[in-house]
Design a protein around this ligand. Structure first.
Ligand code: NAP
Length: 171
């Protein structure tokens, strides 16, 4: 699998259920990379999306232990939208994706999901910001885990934040 994430200089990713910063250029990059694909997301992250709906044009596998009846509306449709599927276990994810370590799909957060599914990832698309922000959620520090930086874009600046699109690979 591939992880896709935006981190600050301390590898922080979120605060109080939301992202650290709004960067249209990074949202565009996220859309380009994930459109037409399947993403695994934790329930907290999906609850933080606009209108609490899965992003269009992609399938979102929403990981949650909540009972399925709490997650469907009166018509039996998933509350997160028709392009979302509820999964309660790794086995349920694998029933859809096949063996996770062989899948080409995305792990898209949040912190608990990155932590659990990084062992299945061989690549991480990491938008790295130069600034730091107050935060309560973090991504594993890949360089400290021996992951290799294989590419890095030129810096972009938006809303006074400078960032680069980086690709890390498991050695
Ligand atoms: N910077 C980025 O790129 C980025 C990307 C995504 C998210 N984020 C941020 O990350 C933060 C959210 O992260 P988080 O760690 O608090 O929450 P999260 O990982 O999004 O969701 C946690 C929830 O997922 C479900 N879950 C996790 N592991 C599970 C498992 N093995 N089996 C079944 N269900 C499981 C549980 O849902 P239930 O409680 O319903 O059982 C759990 O409470 C937010 O601030 C968000 O904005 C940042």
């Amino acid at each position: 699998m591939k992880a896709i994430v935006i981190v600050d200089k301390n590898w922080a990713i979120g605060r109080e259920g939301g992202l650290l910063v709004h960067l249209p250029g990074d949202l565009k990059y996220f859309k380009e990379k994930t459109l037409g694909h399947t993403m695994i997301m934790g329930r907290t992250t999906v609850d933080g999306l606009p209108k609490k709906k899965a992003l269009p044009g992609r399938t979102t596998l929403v990981l949650t232990r909540k009972p399925k009846e709490e997650l469907t509306d009166e018509n039996g449709v998933c509350i997160y939208g028709e392009n979302a599927k509820i999964c309660a276990t790794v086995e349920e994810l694998e029933a859809i994706l096949g063996p996770l370590s062989e899948s080409d799909e995305f792990v898209a957060g949040g912190a608990s999901v990155y932590e659990q599914f990084l062992p299945y990832c061989d690549e991480a698309l990491v938008t790295v910001m130069e600034q730091e922000f107050p935060a309560d959620r973090h991504f594993p520090k890949l360089p400290e885990l021996g992951w290799e930086l294989v590419s890095e874009s030129e810096p972009l600046t938006e809303n006074e934040v400078t960032y680069r699109f980086c690709v890390y690979r498991r050695p």
